[in-house]
Design a protein around this ligand. Sequence first.
Ligand code: EPZ
Length: 422
Amino acid sequence: MDSIVVTGGAELRGEIPIAGAKNACLTLMPATLLSDEPLTLTNAPRLSDIKTMTALLQSLGCEVTSMQDGRVLALSSHDINNHTADYDIVRKMRASILVLGPMLARDGHAIVSLPGGCAIGARPVDLHLRALEALGAELDLRDGYVHAKAPGGLKGGTVTFPLVSVGATENVLMAATLAKGTTVIENAAREPEIVDLADCLRRMGAQIDGDGTSTITVQGVDRLGGATHPVVTDRIELGTYMLAPAICGGEVECIGGRMDLVSAFCERLDAAGVNVEETDRGLKVSRRNGRVSAVDVETQPFPGFPTDLQAQMMALLCTADGTSTLHETIFENRFMHAPELIRMGARIDVQGGSATVTGVERLKGAPVMATDLRASVSLILAGLAAEGDTVVNRVYHLDRGYEHVEDKLGAVGAKIERVPER
Ligand code: EPZ
């Protein structure tokens, strides 16, 4: 397994291009299952998770062609010949569950492996299943698989989520586009990736209103057509790279960045003493006066502070002047980066869903272990500010969500290299 070695201390200056959103692309790709006409996605990110979703769709009989060095994906579900999403693919990536709703809506049956948990929590899919049952799906859970049927097709209904779920909102939104009648989704997720999915589905002929708010209304249609759709900018990659000049100084312009995608995050950066300037190409970031100040953070569903930026923000706060508290309200075990940051000299006390961070002047480079996608990149950020070398192992986690991180950071002056496994 490759490692990444970061030598801290360099200030960063220049531009970092922000790619299309992994978490948008992973729900846009299964949307091809709703139509027998071609779906083309542009501005697609080049990530291992996209390759995994490609393999899953191909195992169902979809054609997925990657063009322009992976930035364009041409998908077609004209010849679906398998309605079973196997465990050996689903276990690698939980977003695989997102083929369930579209397959059920279009063909009236689907068998999808339950994804199982992951490092950051149990992450059940009960909300996905209850929502599809509200549209008339008959579900039978056995042998670790969901056996789903919709004899006579899905019917519009009211789905009221007891808690906000991005994936469950995406699954039922896709299914509702072909259900007979009207579907109302209450307490829907409001993330930009939901709005991006709705935009794509409307391009395919779906009738959707209210996406981006807590109540989404869908008028089912008989069939959907093809479309070409640009994947929305990745707000989590954006926030991650905005933190690089914040943690080690300098000035970086994140090309393609949009303030509306990261407004709650930017409010916390501003409170910590980080300047964010909107330019006509993106967002320019620099520290106002040297060391940042401690701030408190609480993760919330969009438009609140994103849980996917919590680990990265913790890395910044490890070097802040003062004591910060981070409350993680979305996942039950999302502080696994803390012990690794402590190995670098950080002072962090984790109590259940809260972490108290007492900033130190300087972190010390050390060998550390990546445990999940966002934890791994928080260790890279910490390494940028640390004294000496930080070796981040198990970077396959990183490659799931960040394309060529060493190239993007190296281009703005970071001392960072990928060391292939010996
Ligand atoms: C999506 O995961 C993202 N993944 C996650 O990003 C992100 O952290 C999460 O949304 C929250 O924003 C993709 O979009 C592929 P949820 P998802 O359903 O949909 C519980 C990353 O780093 N829940 O909004 O799985 C769940 O356990 C990844 O890119 C149920 O209880 O998240 C969690 O506590 C990590 N039952 C909470 O809801 C369910 O049926 C929110 O989960 C579904 C979820």
